[in-house]
Design a protein around this ligand. Structure first.
Ligand code: AMP
Length: 286
């Protein structure tokens, strides 16, 4: 395992003459690594000859300065945690990623006008811009994204399609604590009490899933039910609850496979989670 800091060196290594067997699997991260990230690495390991993980806290995807400042930074532990499982860890500097004369940015589409996009203006532009840069530097065969950040997965999938980027985007199911809480770098900022409250979010999503599987027809009723359960959680502030198709389209009636997405603050910490629900309708889009 090697830690690479320079963009030029990373590009040179990644673009060494390859044959069809010498595939690269790439996992972009912002560090504070946990078992969720390890699941992405494990899948990349199975499917590629070489695995590269980047650690870069991307200032352009943070909506406010204080969130960026508070983001956990644990580089040494991160390297220790993953070094035996990856070939290269790419840790670029912000000034090399965004030199002084850096100007352009990716403009993201309709998928980002609401949900995370509504509450975090500029987030997806910043995320897509850095992901595009990293994909251009590394040119991986496959890049791995967690379905925990469902909308991000959809935006990145759309970006590689729209811009003819020759990387397959793979979505990896959400890894949870035994309690059901979706693993997240932000969980380290929860107090014990807040963590206990946060574990109930997934329980509410599971309850909504079973209501749908028992025949509920109206997505708005499900949204109301989930929101009403979330507001009952102590210290909670709900930002959104949405029942959408797998492509994030709004639905008038439940007629295809779907995803229920939520964003909720518990105390000062903003958490997102989602659950995928099959409609049970034959021919529903996947
Ligand atoms: P981050 O470091 O938070 O930007 O995450 C890097 C990648 O890991 C993203 O594709 C996330 O969706 C993914 N990820 C984060 N937490 C989880 C989790 N609990 N399960 C699966 N993937 C995750």
């Amino acid at each position: 395992m090697n830690v690479i800091k320079s963009l030029k060196e990373m590009a040179k290594i990644a673009q060494e003459p390859s044959n069809s067997k010498n595939t690269i699997g790439f996992i972009p991260t912002m560090g504070a690594l946990h078992n969720g990230h390890l699941a992405l690495i494990r899948q990349a390991r199975k499917e590629n000859k070489r695995v590269i993980v980047s650690i870069f806290i991307n200032p352009k995807q943070f909506t406010n300065e204080s969130d960026l400042m508070k983001y956990p930074r644990t580089i040494e532990q991160d390297v220790e945690l993953i070094q035996d499982f990856v070939d290269f860890i790419f840790i670029p500097s912000a000034c090399e990623i965004y030199p002084q004369d850096f100007q352009l940015s990716i403009s993201v589409g309709a998928h980002t006008h609401d949900l995370e996009g509504e509450f975090r203006p500029g987030h997806f532009e910043g995320m897509a811009t850095v992901v595009l840069k990293l994909l251009n530097i590394i040119r991986p065969d496959r890049a791995y994204f967690g379905l925990k950040d469902y909308q991000q997965f959809i935006v990145v999938s759309q970006m590689v399609k729209d811009f003819n980027i020759d990387t397959k985007i793979i979505g990896v199911p959400t890894i949870r604590e035994i309690s059901g809480l979706a693993m997240s770098s932000r969980n380290t900022r929860l107090s014990d009490k807040e963590k206990e409250i946060s574990t109930r979010i997934y329980g509410i999503l599971q309850k909504a899933k079973s209501v749908i599987l028992n025949g509920a027809q109206n997505p708005q009723d499900i949204e109301k039910f989930v929101a009403s359960e979330l507001v009952k959680l102590p210290k909670s502030k709900v930002e959104y609850v949405a029942v959408r198709s797998l492509q994030l389209a709004k639905m008038k009636v439940i007629e295809s496979d779907m995803v229920i997405l939520v964003a909720v603050y518990i105390g000062e910490v903003r958490l997102i989670d989602n659950i995928i629900v099959p409609s049970g309708i034959q021919g529903a889009d996947h």
